[in-house]
Every structure is written in C-alpha cells, then in structure tokens.
Write a protein that binds this ligand. Sequence first.
Ligand SMILES: O=C(O)CCC(=O)c1ccccc1C(=O)O
Ligand SMILES: [Mg+2]
Length: 338
Amino acid sequence: MTHAELPPLAALLDAVRVVAIPTRTRFRGITVREAAIFDGPEGPSEFSPFTEYGDAEAAQWLAAAIDFGWRPQPAALRDRIDVNATVPAVGPAEVAGILARFPGCRTAKVKVAERGQTLAEDVARVREVRALMGPDARIRVDANTGWTVDEAVAALTALATFDLDYAEQPCATVPELAAVRERLAAAGTSVRIAADESVRKASDPLAVARAGAADLIIVKAQPLGGVARALDIVREAGLPVVVSSALDTSVGIAMGAQLAAALPAGMLAGACGLGTVALLAGDVTAAPLVPERGSIPVGRPALSDELLARYAAAPERATWWRERVARCHALLATPGRA
Ligand SMILES: O=C(O)CCC(=O)c1ccccc1C(=O)O
Ligand SMILES: [Mg+2]
C-alpha cells in the first residue's frame, strides 16, 4: 500500500468504535474479545489484532481493515461459505454443547496441545468429537505451534486413529513442519500438515510452500494485509487453501468470507474456519454471521448502533485502541514499507 492510497488518520479515528465482547467459552486464554470497528465508505471494517501483538505485526491488520472499509473488493464467485465447527481446548463433557452452536457443520477443527494439558486430554476431546459427529465427518486438529517434533509425531500417531483431515501448525518452524510430515509418512501414518502461523506470522508467507513443508495453507485476511494481498499469496503458493479468522466479530468474518468467495474454484480444501461468531456472546450487527446449515453468507453485515453502544469498551481501552490505530497508521505511511 502506498502512502497516497492511505486514508488520513483523522478519517480512521472519525470512523472507529471500540468494542469488548465476551466469549461464551474461554478461547486461547481469551474471555473478552476487543475489536476496533470502522464505519468505512465501502462498508464496515474491523481491526482486531490480539492485544499482545506489536505494532509492526498489527499494522498488517490495519492495512486489511483499510482495504475492506475503504476500497472495493474482488468479485465474489459464491454467495455462501461452508465452515467448520471450532472446538476450543475443552473437556469432553463440553464438546456436545460447543458442536450444537455449529448447526449443519460436517467438519470440526479441534484445538490440541493447549499449554498445561496432556495428550490424553487431546485424545479424549477428539474421540468425543468423532463419536458425536460420526464416521463421515471431517476432523482437523490445530496445535498452534504447541508441540516439538517428537511430541507432534507421538500425538498425531495417537490422534490418527480418529482419521484426521489435517493437523494445523503442529510445530513452530518450517523445518519442524517438514520433519513431522516426513516422519509420519515414513511410519505409514500420513497426516496432512496445514501451515497457519508459518503463513500469517512469517516475514515470508510463501517460504513454507516453497519448502514443500505443508500440504495446504491456512489464509487469514487480517494478518495478511487484506483480501487482495491474501489472494496474491494464494496464487503464488499454489497449495490448497482453508480461509480462517481470528475470533473476529461478524465484520472481520465478513472480510474472511469475501476472501473465501473470491478464491478460484478448486483452491478451497473444504470448510473454512469462519464460524467462530458462534463462540462469542455478542456481536456488532443484528444479523450475525453464525453458521446455518453448515455455512455462512457472503456480504457486509450492517452495523447496529445499539450493539456498538452495548459492547462499547471502557474509555481507557478505547483510547488504547485509538492510539494503536495511530501508531499502525504511521507505520503504514512510512515510505518504503511493503
Ligand atoms: O480456524 C478456525 O476454525 C477458527 C479460528 C482459529 O482457530 C483461531 C482463532 C484465533 C486465533 C488463532 C486461531 C487459529 O487458527 O490458530
Ligand atoms: Mg491455527
């Protein structure tokens, strides 16, 4: 993005509302999700990097928010997107209640390798998902970089009993992903490997594809700088894609759905991780993008002033987000950055 295409900071700050929305279940340690919501000239947009992210990483998320709120989007090739159920690292007794929030979903993505938990807890959770969804369902696991290579090989060997669609980011680095993939294949338990953090947090999002270290890539619009830039990465990577999100409000989910809808036919590797509004206890639109019959619609949700007011963040948090917008805007305006 060049300087000339950036809306002025004042336009962003005029258009922003900061919300704090409780989650229904603890997810990634989060019980309240904060987000900056823009009412942009092209429609609502969202800036919601996690609060611990530094400005350089968060600036990509702001580039995405500006792209979605201030520029026309690539044409949608489909009007609904199939989504997976997202199962946080809960105990087996809670799984049925989580799955019930994802009506019609025939794919589940299950969080594993949560810090402080054991492989036995992961196995119990995945076993319960398989038992409840039946043999035809697709089950994915997401370790969020939580395992070493040895732990990943042991865990995925155990979890492969439940027939896995793929394992998302079992380890942190590209060479580790490659090693897990090779060791599982050599042992005769091939599990497909999906790269997530290796795409969205990497200085070079294409390195994992070039190294042949993953079978597919997870692509997220906000961390990759927006729908158009994510589409470029998909084209260059040449691997099947699952579009996912980051526990966004319906506005951020709409950005992800726009990306999924613009993908050339044949690139999508099944259901997308865009059903997570079901894990939030509130939203900023009266028509939330929650899964219905296994999918969500493509399109821009209308903001609700009433809900923006109901979930308005405390004044000091709103100030924190406005200052973050300003710092990230300054980074995007710095000549010479990508
Ligand atoms: O992909 C999904 O099913 C939902 C999104 C998700 O898992 C997620 C949500 C917030 C932060 C990280 C992740 C992740 O995919 O690792
Ligand atoms: Mg992931």
